[in-house]
Design a protein around this ligand. Structure first.
Ligand code: MN3
Length: 245
């Protein structure tokens, strides 16, 4: 068996074991080595207005997210074995990709594809935004004091992220934590984001300028404040309950 470009033999064998175990024990975890595709937005581009404008959504999804998908597929063409891993598993095991010229595009474009797919799903039109489930509301109160304290801390993480990146709510060892990551990194990337609290992402906010500049220009705090109106709380609550099992 040939070791793929950029991977040492030991890690390749381990990843092979992951893929095999996934196929045998966890239905749905192994995937066919077909190209990644751009998922459709779960709502119309104008559906999040006035909080996020249609043109921003069109460019963000149709150009930026599409470019991450294309970049990821270009990288995976050089590593067909990695193309058979679920993206979550690939991102969690990136340090095992020894070749930096392969690992870097997998990190940037794989992270970009994962993060944006997640981002569209945890937003909804304001009228469908809803509220956290009882269990999630109780966890927020237990771990942050109150909903207001939670939002304040999250807003601070989002506002203070220097340059481009993301703010996150994650579940880590049964506790809710707020963290932030640079670029297209995310809390799944073990061993790559030393300053971040790694865990299961429940909520994430894109604070790249491309996410808000057309409508908000340099006013990132205004974008952050408006964004809370379009958080899909039923979807976030569902992720929390699944991660808590
Ligand atoms: Mn973005």
């Amino acid at each position: 068996m040939r070791t793929p470009i950029g991977m040492n033999r030991r890690r390749f064998v381990q990843l092979g074991a992951i893929a095999t175990a996934s196929a045998a024990m966890m239905p749905g975890r192994a995937r066919a080595a077909t190209p990644q595709t751009l998922p459709a937005l779960p709502y119309a581009p104008a559906a999040l207005e006035p909080h996020i404008d249609a043109r921003t959504m069109e460019i963000h999804h149709g150009k930026h997210h599409a470019a991450y998908v294309a970049g990821l597929n270009a990288a995976l063409e050089k590593a067909p074995d990695l193309a058979m891993l679920e993206l979550d598993d690939l991102l969690a095991d990136l340090p095992s990709v020894a070749d930096e010229s392969l690992r870097t595009p997998l990190r940037n474009h794989g992270g970009g594809h994962w993060n944006h797919t997640f981002f569209w799903e945890i937003m909804a039109p304001a009228v469908q935004s809803g509220a956290p489930s009882e269990k999630l509301a109780a966890a927020i109160a237990a771990d942050f004091g109150s909903m207001d304290d939670f939002k304040k801390a999250f807003n601070e993480a989002a506002a203070k992220r220097f340059g481009s990146g993301w703010a996150w709510l994650v579940l880590k060892n049964g506790k809710l934590k707020i963290t932030s990551t640079p670029n297209q990194d995310n809390p799944l990337m073990k061993g790559l984001v030393p300053d971040a609290d790694l865990g299961t992402p429940l909520l994430g906010l894109d604070v790249w300028e491309h996410a808000y500049y057309l409508h908000y220009q340099n006013r990132r705090p205004d974008y952050i404040t408006a964004w809370w109106n379009v958080v899909n709380w039923p979807a976030v609550s569902k992720r929390f309950e699944e991660a808590s099992k």
